[in-house]
Design a protein around this ligand. Structure first.
Ligand SMILES: [Fe+2]
Length: 141
């Protein structure tokens, strides 16, 4: 291996270390898929964990700003040491188009992506809480 290649490898390893998740994986204690019991009368816990999906107007190329907040009707999920949304996925017609990994206390449940929604029928989002499991929501376009 050339010295230059070795230096590149060392730099990449240092970056990987710097950008690894800060949280302890052992804090994720619930990975169960949760179901909303009565969508017309969601509990506060269900509202707090359900993604709220908003879609902006499409630009000339067909890309819309899609924003996902975790928490519906203003019931926002917390982000504290031992309780936070650690991951959000955005799907267009069941196919993943964006995801985000989040850290306790420093980032809160939110994802934004520009998505070509021209031929998309359903946008879905999945939120993962370290304590309360996986919740999802969908909207029709
Ligand atoms: Fe939670």
């Amino acid at each position: 291996m050339l010295r230059r290649d070795a230096l590149k490898l060392a730099a990449i390893a240092a970056l990987a270390t710097t950008y690894a998740s800060a949280y302890d994986e052992k804090l994720i204690v619930n990975k169960k898929k949760m179901e909303i019991k009565d969508p017309a009368n969601m509990t506060e816990l269900e509202l707090k964990h359900s993604p709220e999906i908003k879609v902006g107007a499409a630009d000339a190329q067909g890309f819309s700003l899609v924003e996902v907040n975790i928490g519906q009707k203003g019931v926002i999920h917390p982000s504290v040491d031992n309780h936070w949304i650690y991951e959000i996925e955005l799907l267009a017609d069941g196919k993943k188009v964006a995801d985000v990994s989040l850290e306790p206390t420093t980032s809160r449940g939110f994802l934004a992506a520009r998505v070509n929604t021209k031929d998309v029928k359903i946008l879905s989002a999945i939120s993962r809480c370290n304590l309360h499991g996986e919740y999802s929501a969908s909207i029709k376009l």
